[in-house]
Design a protein. Structure first.
Length: 247
Protein backbone atom coordinates (compact mmCIF):
# COMPACT_ATOMS: atom_id res chain seq x y z
CA UNK A 1 0.00 0.00 0.00
CA UNK A 2 1.25 3.48 -0.84
CA UNK A 3 2.42 5.58 2.10
CA UNK A 4 2.84 9.32 2.50
CA UNK A 5 4.00 11.54 5.35
CA UNK A 6 1.97 14.39 6.85
CA UNK A 7 2.09 16.31 10.13
CA UNK A 8 -0.34 14.88 12.67
CA UNK A 9 -2.22 18.17 12.99
CA UNK A 10 -2.81 18.22 9.23
CA UNK A 11 -3.98 14.60 9.22
CA UNK A 12 -6.56 15.39 11.91
CA UNK A 13 -7.97 18.42 10.08
CA UNK A 14 -11.47 18.26 8.64
CA UNK A 15 -11.68 17.85 5.75
CA UNK A 16 -8.43 15.91 5.37
CA UNK A 17 -6.82 16.97 2.11
CA UNK A 18 -3.50 16.43 0.38
CA UNK A 19 -2.12 19.02 -2.03
CA UNK A 20 1.08 19.72 -3.91
CA UNK A 21 3.60 17.07 -4.93
CA UNK A 22 1.89 14.21 -3.09
CA UNK A 23 -1.47 15.09 -4.67
CA UNK A 24 0.12 14.97 -8.11
CA UNK A 25 1.71 11.60 -7.32
CA UNK A 26 -1.58 10.14 -6.05
CA UNK A 27 -3.74 11.34 -8.93
CA UNK A 28 -1.47 11.55 -11.95
CA UNK A 29 1.25 8.96 -11.26
CA UNK A 30 -0.49 6.28 -9.21
CA UNK A 31 -3.91 7.15 -10.73
CA UNK A 32 -5.73 6.15 -7.55
CA UNK A 33 -9.50 6.36 -7.67
CA UNK A 34 -12.13 7.25 -5.09
CA UNK A 35 -12.61 4.31 -2.75
CA UNK A 36 -8.96 3.24 -2.88
CA UNK A 37 -6.82 3.46 0.26
CA UNK A 38 -3.44 4.84 1.26
CA UNK A 39 -1.45 5.11 4.48
CA UNK A 40 -0.55 8.45 6.03
CA UNK A 41 2.35 8.35 8.50
CA UNK A 42 2.65 11.20 10.99
CA UNK A 43 6.41 10.83 11.45
CA UNK A 44 5.90 10.03 15.13
CA UNK A 45 5.17 6.32 14.86
CA UNK A 46 1.47 6.28 13.96
CA UNK A 47 -0.07 5.38 10.62
CA UNK A 48 -3.53 6.33 9.43
CA UNK A 49 -5.37 4.12 6.97
CA UNK A 50 -7.24 6.55 4.73
CA UNK A 51 -9.79 6.13 1.94
CA UNK A 52 -9.92 8.54 -1.00
CA UNK A 53 -13.36 10.17 -1.05
CA UNK A 54 -13.07 12.97 -3.61
CA UNK A 55 -10.95 15.03 -5.96
CA UNK A 56 -12.60 18.46 -5.46
CA UNK A 57 -13.07 20.21 -8.79
CA UNK A 58 -12.37 23.66 -7.40
CA UNK A 59 -8.80 22.90 -6.30
CA UNK A 60 -5.93 20.54 -6.98
CA UNK A 61 -6.26 18.29 -3.96
CA UNK A 62 -7.37 14.83 -2.91
CA UNK A 63 -9.84 14.47 -0.05
CA UNK A 64 -9.62 11.51 2.32
CA UNK A 65 -11.38 9.88 5.25
CA UNK A 66 -9.55 8.16 8.10
CA UNK A 67 -10.59 4.51 8.26
CA UNK A 68 -8.26 3.25 11.00
CA UNK A 69 -5.34 4.38 13.17
CA UNK A 70 -2.44 1.95 13.39
CA UNK A 71 0.87 1.70 15.20
CA UNK A 72 3.83 1.47 12.87
CA UNK A 73 5.43 -1.97 12.68
CA UNK A 74 8.46 -0.66 10.79
CA UNK A 75 10.36 0.77 13.76
CA UNK A 76 13.00 -1.00 15.82
CA UNK A 77 12.50 -1.17 19.61
CA UNK A 78 15.75 0.78 20.07
CA UNK A 79 16.58 4.24 18.77
CA UNK A 80 19.89 3.90 16.94
CA UNK A 81 21.94 7.02 16.28
CA UNK A 82 24.59 6.65 13.58
CA UNK A 83 27.55 8.99 14.13
CA UNK A 84 29.18 8.98 10.70
CA UNK A 85 32.66 10.40 10.18
CA UNK A 86 32.11 12.74 7.24
CA UNK A 87 33.32 11.01 4.04
CA UNK A 88 34.42 12.35 0.66
CA UNK A 89 32.20 12.96 -2.37
CA UNK A 90 28.57 11.86 -2.26
CA UNK A 91 29.18 8.90 0.06
CA UNK A 92 27.25 10.60 2.87
CA UNK A 93 24.13 10.57 0.69
CA UNK A 94 24.43 6.81 0.25
CA UNK A 95 25.00 6.33 3.98
CA UNK A 96 21.90 8.35 4.87
CA UNK A 97 19.68 6.59 2.34
CA UNK A 98 20.69 3.09 3.42
CA UNK A 99 20.81 3.89 7.14
CA UNK A 100 17.18 5.03 6.97
CA UNK A 101 16.22 1.83 5.15
CA UNK A 102 17.99 -0.23 7.84
CA UNK A 103 16.15 1.40 10.74
CA UNK A 104 18.41 4.17 12.06
CA UNK A 105 16.56 6.68 14.23
CA UNK A 106 18.86 9.58 13.36
CA UNK A 107 22.15 10.25 11.59
CA UNK A 108 24.81 12.66 12.83
CA UNK A 109 27.57 13.74 10.40
CA UNK A 110 30.79 14.20 12.39
CA UNK A 111 34.00 16.00 11.51
CA UNK A 112 36.87 13.87 12.85
CA UNK A 113 40.63 14.30 12.92
CA UNK A 114 41.12 12.21 9.79
CA UNK A 115 38.16 13.61 7.85
CA UNK A 116 39.35 14.79 4.45
CA UNK A 117 36.34 17.02 3.74
CA UNK A 118 36.33 20.52 5.22
CA UNK A 119 32.96 22.27 5.45
CA UNK A 120 32.22 25.85 6.42
CA UNK A 121 28.92 26.62 8.17
CA UNK A 122 27.12 27.64 4.96
CA UNK A 123 28.16 24.54 3.03
CA UNK A 124 27.37 22.30 6.00
CA UNK A 125 23.84 23.71 6.28
CA UNK A 126 23.14 23.13 2.58
CA UNK A 127 24.54 19.60 2.81
CA UNK A 128 22.31 18.77 5.78
CA UNK A 129 19.21 20.11 3.98
CA UNK A 130 20.02 17.86 1.03
CA UNK A 131 20.63 14.88 3.31
CA UNK A 132 17.29 15.38 5.09
CA UNK A 133 15.52 15.38 1.73
CA UNK A 134 17.20 12.04 0.99
CA UNK A 135 16.14 10.73 4.42
CA UNK A 136 12.52 11.68 3.69
CA UNK A 137 12.59 9.91 0.33
CA UNK A 138 14.16 6.78 1.86
CA UNK A 139 11.60 6.78 4.70
CA UNK A 140 8.77 6.84 2.15
CA UNK A 141 10.32 4.07 0.08
CA UNK A 142 10.93 1.79 3.07
CA UNK A 143 7.57 2.62 4.71
CA UNK A 144 9.15 3.87 7.93
CA UNK A 145 6.84 5.10 10.67
CA UNK A 146 9.07 8.12 11.25
CA UNK A 147 11.33 10.28 9.15
CA UNK A 148 14.84 9.91 10.63
CA UNK A 149 16.54 13.25 11.11
CA UNK A 150 19.98 14.13 9.81
CA UNK A 151 21.33 16.48 12.45
CA UNK A 152 23.66 19.41 11.93
CA UNK A 153 27.31 18.53 11.43
CA UNK A 154 29.03 18.09 14.81
CA UNK A 155 32.62 18.22 15.97
CA UNK A 156 33.91 14.99 17.43
CA UNK A 157 33.74 16.32 21.00
CA UNK A 158 30.15 17.47 20.44
CA UNK A 159 29.26 14.02 19.15
CA UNK A 160 30.84 12.28 22.15
CA UNK A 161 28.94 14.57 24.53
CA UNK A 162 25.69 13.82 22.68
CA UNK A 163 26.34 10.06 22.81
CA UNK A 164 27.35 10.08 26.47
CA UNK A 165 23.70 10.11 27.64
CA UNK A 166 22.75 7.11 25.49
CA UNK A 167 22.38 3.61 26.91
CA UNK A 168 24.94 1.81 24.77
CA UNK A 169 27.80 2.93 22.53
CA UNK A 170 29.46 0.76 19.86
CA UNK A 171 32.59 1.49 17.88
CA UNK A 172 33.74 -0.80 15.05
CA UNK A 173 37.55 -0.64 15.17
CA UNK A 174 40.22 -2.67 13.42
CA UNK A 175 42.17 -3.13 16.67
CA UNK A 176 39.21 -4.42 18.65
CA UNK A 177 39.17 -7.78 20.42
CA UNK A 178 38.17 -11.01 18.70
CA UNK A 179 34.91 -12.01 17.08
CA UNK A 180 33.37 -13.80 20.07
CA UNK A 181 33.81 -10.66 22.19
CA UNK A 182 32.23 -8.62 19.40
CA UNK A 183 29.29 -11.01 19.04
CA UNK A 184 28.66 -10.77 22.77
CA UNK A 185 28.87 -6.97 22.70
CA UNK A 186 26.28 -6.89 19.91
CA UNK A 187 23.99 -9.27 21.79
CA UNK A 188 24.17 -7.02 24.84
CA UNK A 189 22.53 -4.25 22.83
CA UNK A 190 19.23 -6.14 23.10
CA UNK A 191 16.93 -4.33 25.51
CA UNK A 192 18.75 -1.00 25.29
CA UNK A 193 16.57 1.99 24.39
CA UNK A 194 19.16 4.31 22.85
CA UNK A 195 22.18 2.97 20.98
CA UNK A 196 25.02 5.03 19.51
CA UNK A 197 27.20 3.73 16.68
CA UNK A 198 30.39 5.58 15.73
CA UNK A 199 31.93 5.11 12.28
CA UNK A 200 35.24 6.66 11.29
CA UNK A 201 35.96 8.51 8.02
CA UNK A 202 38.18 7.14 5.22
CA UNK A 203 41.31 7.47 7.33
CA UNK A 204 39.76 5.72 10.31
CA UNK A 205 39.76 6.86 13.91
CA UNK A 206 42.62 8.68 15.58
CA UNK A 207 43.61 6.71 18.74
CA UNK A 208 42.70 9.73 20.88
CA UNK A 209 39.14 9.56 19.50
CA UNK A 210 38.84 5.89 20.38
CA UNK A 211 40.01 6.70 23.90
CA UNK A 212 37.34 9.39 24.30
CA UNK A 213 34.59 7.00 23.24
CA UNK A 214 35.88 4.34 25.62
CA UNK A 215 35.80 6.93 28.42
CA UNK A 216 32.01 7.22 28.04
CA UNK A 217 31.64 3.44 28.16
CA UNK A 218 31.89 2.72 24.44
CA UNK A 219 32.59 -0.87 23.36
CA UNK A 220 35.06 -1.37 20.51
CA UNK A 221 34.07 -4.29 18.30
CA UNK A 222 35.29 -6.06 15.19
CA UNK A 223 33.22 -6.48 12.04
CA UNK A 224 35.40 -9.27 10.73
CA UNK A 225 38.82 -9.82 9.22
CA UNK A 226 38.31 -7.51 6.25
CA UNK A 227 38.81 -3.74 6.19
CA UNK A 228 35.51 -2.12 5.26
CA UNK A 229 35.04 1.24 3.59
CA UNK A 230 33.49 3.95 5.74
CA UNK A 231 30.24 3.81 3.75
CA UNK A 232 30.10 0.02 4.25
CA UNK A 233 30.98 -0.24 7.94
CA UNK A 234 27.99 1.67 9.27
CA UNK A 235 25.56 -0.23 7.09
CA UNK A 236 27.09 -3.53 8.21
CA UNK A 237 26.59 -2.86 11.91
CA UNK A 238 23.11 -1.44 11.30
CA UNK A 239 22.21 -4.65 9.46
CA UNK A 240 23.46 -6.75 12.38
CA UNK A 241 21.55 -4.64 14.91
CA UNK A 242 18.39 -4.72 12.82
CA UNK A 243 18.55 -8.52 12.71
CA UNK A 244 19.10 -8.73 16.47
CA UNK A 245 16.56 -6.12 17.56
CA UNK A 246 13.70 -6.47 15.07
CA UNK A 247 10.60 -7.82 16.76
Amino acid sequence: MNQFFMNREDILKSPLRIQGEDYNHIRNVLRLKCGEEILLADGEGKEYLCRITDYPAEEESVELKIVDILGSTAELPAKITLFQGYPKGDKMETVVQKAVELGAYEIVPVMMKRSVVKLDAKKASKKVDRLNAIALSAAKQSKRGIVPQVRSVMTFDEAVAYASVMDYVLLPYEQAEGMEYSRQALRESIGKEKIAVFIGPEGGFDPSEVAKIEQIGGRTISLGHRILRTETAGLTILSLLMFLLDE
